[in-house]
Design a protein around this ligand. Structure first.
Ligand code: THG
Length: 281
């Protein structure tokens, strides 16, 4: 099963035996005070820099989230999407909780974008899936619904299956859905990582779909976050998460190491190329 995303003139393919596709997470005000203040002032000047740096570090898709407090995302998200794609020739992952902002972002996107996200809540399905279908986009589907985030892998799988059925009604195909098994902070629940991994394994085995995950969520509130993020990325990849949302500046080389260890990097050329790019920079 292959998920195809497009930038202005590039194509990115996500599939089980292909190298991991890094979705760069940096264009997001969460936890970034300066960027939040800039967005609130309508200053988007950091976005081209963040886009270029992530592309240089190996990101193949860029998440674009401008959801800082009191920001008009319907106005700002399409501007941010345009700025990103004027800077780098990559597909965008349009990240907002507001369906109107998602649609505005899709209108501005060139190529074939990824919508972040829908989930199993009735209202979300109703608001987001028709937009995804209308624009011929791909979509991230979170394994949660009106009852919240299920605590067991089996219950998260049932949410995924329900989303798959609802999507099929609008002709959205399984290959156009990236499931997100949901990554929660390990500092709040020491079993959170294990539940996410078991969910990913179940989705891979049962549905065969491609997956994303916000790997960096796992380390909130813990020291040496990069160690936890890197280890978790490797475990997630082993369970079939082939398009993680992560920080390419800190995880770029580790991602290529994971591909190599999983037998997806002939002669280690991807790893060596990433190493050389880092050594030069
Ligand atoms: N699933 C999906 N989309 C997502 C998430 C997910 N989008 C947002 C988020 N989760 C993934 N992106 C991030 C971005 C940043 C951080 C974590 C996840 C992060 N930032 C640092 C902080 O908050 O402390 C600050 C970084 C900095 O200063 O540069 O940890 O799960 N579908």
């Amino acid at each position: 099963m292959q998920t195809v995303l497009k930038g202005p003139s590039t194509e990115v393919i996500i599939g089980p035996d292909l190298p991991i596709v890094m979705i760069g997470e940096r264009i997001n005000p969460t936890g970034r005070k300066v960027f939040s203040a800039e967005l609130q002032a309508g200053d988007l000047s950091r976005i081209p820099r963040d886009a270029q740096a992530q592309a240089d570090a190996g990101a193949r898709v860029l998440d674009v989230n401008v959801g800082a407090a009191s920001v008009d995302e319907v106005a700002l998200l399409p501007q941010a999407v345009r700025l990103v794609q004027e800077t780098v020739d990559l597909p965008v992952c349009i990240d907002s909780a507001n369906p109107a902002a998602l649609e505005a972002g899709l209108k501005a996107a060139r190529g074939r974008a990824l919508v972040n996200s829908v989930n199993g809540e009735a209202a979300k399905l109703k608001a987001v899936l028709p937009i995804v279908a209308e624009y011929g986009a791909a979509v991230i589907a979170l394994c949660m619904d009106d009852n919240g985030i299920p605590t067991t892998p089996e219950a998260r799988l049932r949410v995924a299956e329900n989303i798959l059925n609802e999507a099929a009604k609008l002709n959205i195909k399984p290959e156009d859905i990236l499931f997100d098994p949901l990554v929660m902070a390990i500092s709040a629940d020491h079993t959170a990582g294990a539940v996410t991994l078991a969910t990913a394994r179940l989705i891979r085995q049962t549905l065969g779909c491609n997956m994303t995950a916000g790997a960096s969520n796992v380390s909130h509130g813990m020291p040496e976050r990069e160690v936890l993020n890197t280890v978790f990325l490797a475990l997630l990849a082993h369970e079939g998460v082939n398009a993680p949302i992560c920080n390419p500046l800190t995880n770029g080389l580790a991602i290529r190491a994971i591909d190599l260890m999983l037998g997806r990097d002939e002669w280690g050329m991807g790893y060596i190329r990433a190493y050389r790019a880092l050594a030069k920079a």
